[in-house]
Design a protein around this ligand. Structure first.
Ligand SMILES: Nc1nc2c(ncn2[C@@H]2O[C@H](COP(=O)(O)OP(=O)(O)OP(=O)(O)O)[C@@H](O)[C@H]2O)c(=O)[nH]1
Ligand SMILES: [Zn+2]
Length: 196
């Protein structure tokens, strides 16, 4: 694995003072981070969120998806528990990048669903890779995760990379009229479970 730890510092947020840990992938120059709160290296399973970058949802308040509310809810829940880790992976647009995601949005404006749009552009529906999480967990001393996600394929991928996901906690938040079709496609074609 070409990921290496670079540096850690404090990161005060509205939910508490987290530690931010920066990692760099020397193969593709991607910079990934983990926010941690409390002692994650001892004391049993860590409440975790593995979040893929969504500039439009995480930073620009887009209602086309549920990413922004999920990010905020995850940080809030980690703060409420007093201990946890948020992995922020720089794989925008399920791995196709920001500009291709805008191309995919344009196709969705014309009637395609999120999977069809990716395929029309010549991409697989989901190109994400979670292998870097193992290096990050090992560096931080995290051995077990209670993972906040609706995506069982993410749990399987992390497990295949040697991360012990002991529990999946649903993270159902941020539904609105603009993302109803998108969420339905995630459930129907990408295997997301929108249970409580
Ligand atoms: N290609 C593409 N990517 C999208 C689209 N909408 C959101 N994304 C990206 O999808 C990623 C988030 O994936 P989601 O499927 O929403 O959720 P997940 O991470 O699989 O599952 P959860 O853990 O339940 O949130 C981010 O990288 C977003 O940028 C879209 O229409 N097309
Ligand atoms: Zn999003």
């Amino acid at each position: 694995m070409s990921l290496r730890f670079v540096e850690s510092s404090k990161l005060p947020t509205q939910w508490g003072i987290f530690d931010i840990h920066g990692f760099e992938d020397s193969e593709n120059q991607k910079e990934h981070i983990v926010l941690t709160l409390g002692d994650v290296s001892t004391g049993g399973p860590v409440l975790g969120r593995v979040h893929s970058e969504c500039l439009t949802g995480d930073a620009l308040f887009s209602m086309r998806c549920d990413c922004g509310p999920q990010l905020q809810a995850a940080l809030q829940q980690i703060a409420a528990e007093g201990r946890g880790a948020l992995f922020y992976l720089r794989q925008e647009g399920r791995g196709i990048g920001l500009l291709n995601k805008i191309r995919a949005y344009k196709l969705q404006d014309g009637g395609a669903d999120t999977v069809e749009a990716n395929e029309k552009l010549g991409f697989h529906a989901d190109l994400r890779d979670y292998s870097m999480c193992k290096v990050m967990c090992d560096h931080l001393g995290i051995t077990q995760l209670k993972l906040m996600t609706n995506n069982p394929r993410k749990v399987n991928a992390l497990t295949e990379h040697g991360i012990d996901v002991v529990e999946r906690l649903p993270l159902r938040i941020g539904e609105n009229p603009h993302n109803a079709r998108y969420l339905a496609t995630k459930a129907g074609k990408l295997g997301h479970l929108f249970d409580h």
